[in-house]
Design a binder for this molecule. Structure first.
Ligand SMILES: Nc1ncnc2c1ncn2[C@@H]1O[C@H](COP(=O)(O)OP(=O)(O)OP(=O)(O)O)[C@@H](O)[C@H]1O
Length: 263
């Protein structure tokens, strides 16, 4: 198991060391910095001093068992849950306790678990509803999403309730991308999907990260898949960071895999 330092970060990851999957350079600017973040639901302490960073052009996977605090972490970062302590810094600006709309404007998009689409509306209408908060969005931006997700493009006139789980996941990611985020928070995109579809979605994320410098904070219970696409992994247990390390090293750490990742 990798050596952990303060807040569970390894010395290597704290220094931003580790090659990206795209073969890029070791250090990238932090788009998102989370420092000592804590959150509670009444007496239940769900997050306890979580520190991590998400960098431009990199995928950071947050892993852990049921109840580890992964969803709460994303909800607290994006302003849906009020932290009891700690800071969220986006592009160098302290955005802790900013309203969700402000987070979106400043470059953070959150795709929650559950693939929330409006079932009665068409795919195209779902995309347009999702872009309303941005004011006028050019057709070229919708076309870009359709280019990224050809399956969604083929189904643009269909009502969303006819979509498969994978297509819904693509639609909600596409909708989030219309906000032109610097950092995309994704909660369990693989849940209930066939491995082939998960691989397609992860490959697309990898492409966006490598070509556009997007930063992705990916929450997953499916640790094996997540580590195969991520640059860095952060393992949570009972609301605390257990270890932060290069994704390939985490995947190869048998003790850690057995103790926290279930594969
Ligand atoms: N709305 C809530 N009210 C009370 N307790 C909650 C609430 N949401 C989560 N919790 C508790 O907070 C802790 C962290 O839950 P969270 O959903 O963040 O974990 P998780 O790692 O995302 O788990 P899962 O993979 O099962 O979704 C758990 O103990 C959970 O029971």
């Amino acid at each position: 198991m990798a050596e952990t330092g303060a807040h569970g970060s390894t010395a290597a990851s704290a220094a931003g060391v580790g090659l990206s999957k795209g073969g890029g350079t070791a250090t990238a600017p932090a788009v998102l910095e989370v420092e000592g973040l804590s959150a509670a639901y009444g007496p239940v302490r769900a997050l306890d001093g979580v520190t991590l960073r998400a960098e431009s052009g990199r995928i950071t996977a947050v892993l852990g068992a049921n109840g580890a605090g992964k969803t709460t972490l994303l909800r607290t970062i994006s302003g849906l849950v009020r932290p009891t302590a700690g800071r969220v810094v986006l592009n160098g600006e302290d955005v802790t306790r900013s309203p969700v709309e402000a987070m979106v404007t400043k470059g953070m998009s959150h795709v929650p678990e559950g693939r929330g689409v409006i079932a009665e509306l068409t795919v195209d209408e779902n995309l347009r509803v999702g872009s309303l908060f941005r004011g006028k969005v050019g057709q070229d931006e919708f076309d870009r999403v359709y280019d990224l997700f050809p399956r969604i493009a083929e189904r643009r006139g269909q009502t969303a309730h006819t979509l498969s789980g994978g297509e819904r996941q693509m639609l909600v990611i596409g909708r989030a991308l219309l906000a032109r985020p610097k950092v995309l928070l994704l909660d369990e995109p693989s849940l209930g999907l066939a491995p082939r579809i998960v691989a397609q979605i992860f490959a697309l994320l990898r492409k966006l990260v490598d070509t556009e410098g997007l930063s992705v904070l990916l929450v997953e219970q499916n640790a094996r898949s997540a580590l195969s696409v991520a640059d860095t992994g952060v393992v949570l247990n009972l609301g605390r960071v257990v270890v932060t390390d290069d994704a390939a090293r985490l995947a190869g750490d048998e003790d850690l895999r057995h103790a926290y990742l279930g594969f």
